[in-house]
Every structure is written in structure tokens, then in C-alpha cells.
Design a protein around this ligand. Structure first.
Ligand code: DGL
Length: 268
């Protein structure tokens, strides 16, 4: 069991921010990544559709014989992972709880901001996870849907991104948060601009990093750590033509990836 790969999925490329952290922290773990490029984005879709897509993504990874699944998509994790993980026998982790735990451990004034897609914010998954740990914490949630295309287009440090962030963040600033969770896998790419606009006194929580740290703990605790000494193997699967995935993936991972295989996800 321990030498099987970890399965990671996302609605497209965003999950690569989580994958990058997993590769860095767990260099001996083989990983199968599925990016649902053909059906991205999930953020503006209904609960039913997100559930159907998430179920298929996980079924595909199960067929790759993975030992553990990481839902590297806030939208899928917030809306559907609870239901889908109960349909399988292996453990699964989404990005919500690790991000929520890290935020609770960080805040000093008990005021946390959450930014994410429309579906993630509408699900209330972050406020629920945070208030389960500490009900006195005030959570201010905000959907920032325009950040996804900006990250994919490489608009990380552009003026246009700063202006949009300033407009979006007005209510968060009025509420004097001291901690801000990047509740969408694309947002780490815009972290510099987000930090500048929200202010240097606000601590930014990147749920990609907190998730990778928790995956490491869970594998250790369950004797699931791969003991191989050779370099890990990474496999990439997508639901649209690989040419569409490769250039954006390069921006997210910071290096080229080859051998991207297309699958028909509707069969799963
Ligand atoms: N990966 C999604 C998330 O983290 C963002 C992109 C999408 O809407 O599918 O919520």
C-alpha cells in the first residue's frame, strides 16, 4: 500500500499550487495528478454539477490505484468531498480544513477573512470549519471570481490585478481582519498583489502549504509513507487537449511538464 501513488485532482491547473508543495515536502512520493481542464471552472457551477464532476475525478484516481486522495480544489473540497469520500475506503483530504486550522492558529484578533470562488464562499465551508474550532472567531467571506482568469493569464503583478483587488477588498479592510485565507488554488499566484492591497499587517494563509503539511502528517501516522529512495514519478492526466494544459501548468509549477495524457472523464 505505502508504495502506491498519491492522487491529486483539481478543476484544472490551480491544484498545481498544492502539487508543487507536495513535491517539495514529500520528494519520494509518486503522484498522479488529474486536471479537469475540459470542464473548468467549477467555481461558478451548481452544487449538483460540482458533486457529479468531483465523483468522476475521484473515480478516475481510484482506478489509478492511489493510496490517498487530495482534493486540491477549494470548490470541490467545499461542496462535494464530504459526500464523495464517504463512498470510498481510502482517506481523502481537501484544502479547506488545513487552511482553516492554520488561520485559527494565526489570528490574534479573532477576525479572519476568506476569499474564494462563488461556490466555495456560498458553501460556507470555511466559516463552518473555523467556528467548529473556535466559535468566537468572526469570519468575513468574499468571492473574488475575477482572480482565477487573472492568475491563469499570468497577471500576477499587473496594475489591473491591483485595481480589482482594491475594489474587492474594501469590505475586508473595513472589518479589520488580521488573517486572510487564500481559499482558492489560483490565488497563491497573486499573493504579492493580494498582500500589498490587504496590507502588510495581515497574515496570508496559503491553504496549499497547510494542506501539504497535513498530508505529510497523515501519511506518517498511517504508515503510508513511500520508502523508495529513487526520485518520485509524476503522472499528469487532463480532460482536454494537453496543449491547453502545458503552458498554464508551466506558469503554476515553474517548470515544463511532459507526458500529459488526455482521458475521457465522463466515462467514470
Ligand atoms: N480550483 C478552483 C478552486 O480552488 C478554482 C478554479 C475553478 O473555479 O474551478 O476553487
Amino acid at each position: 500500500m505505502r508504495n502506491k501513488p498519491i492522487g491529486v485532482f483539481d478543476s484544472g491547473v490551480g491544484g498545481l499550487t498544492v502539487l508543487a508543495e507536495l513535491m517539495r515536502l514529500l520528494p519520494h512520493e509518486d503522484i498522479v495528478y488529474f486536471g479537469d481542464m475540459g470542464r473548468t471552472p467549477y467555481g461558478p457551477r451548481s452544487k449538483d454539477i460540482i458533486l457529479e464532476f468531483t465523483r468522476q475525478d475521484v473515480n478516475f484516481l481510484m482506478e489509478q490505484d492511489v493510496k490517498f486522495v487530495v482534493a486540491a480544489c477549494n470548490t470541490a473540497a467545499a461542496v462535494a468531498l464530504g459526500t464523495v469520500s464517504s463512498e470510498h475506503s481510502i482517506d481523502m483530504l481537501g484544502v479547506i480544513e488545513p487552511g482553516a486550522r492554520a488561520a485559527v492558529a494565526t489570528t490574534k484578533n479573532n477576525k479572519i477573512g476568506i476569499i474564494g470562488t462563488n461556490a466555495t464562499i456560498a458553501s460556507n465551508a470555511y466559516p463552518k470549519a473555523i467556528q467548529k474550532i473556535n466559535k468566537d472567531i468572526k469570519v468575513f467571506s468574499l468571492a473574488c471570481p475575477l482572480f482565477v482568469p487573472l492568475a491563469e493569464e499570468g497577471y500576477s503583478d499587473k496594475e489591473a490585478t491591483r485595481l480589482i483587488a482594491e475594489d474587492y477588498f474594501k469590505p475586508l479592510k473595513d472589518n479589520h481582519i488580521d488573517t486572510l485565507v487564500l481559499g482558492c488554488t489560483h490565488y497563491p499566484l497573486l499573493k504579492n498583489t493580494i498582500q500589498k492591497v490587504i496590507g502588510k499587517d495581515v497574515t496570508i494563509i496559503d491553504s496549499a502549504t497547510s494542506t501539504a503539511i497535513e498530508v505529510e502528517h497523515i501519511l506518517n501516522e498511517n504508515n503510508l509513507t513511500n520508502e523508495q529512495s529513487e526520485a518520485a514519478l509524476y503522472k499528469f492526466y487532463v480532460s482536454d487537449v494537453p496543449d491547453k494544459f502545458a503552458p498554464v501548468a508551466e506558469r503554476f509549477l515553474g517548470h515544463r511538464i511532459d507526458n500529459i495524457i488526455r482521458v475521457d472523464i465522463t466515462k467514470y
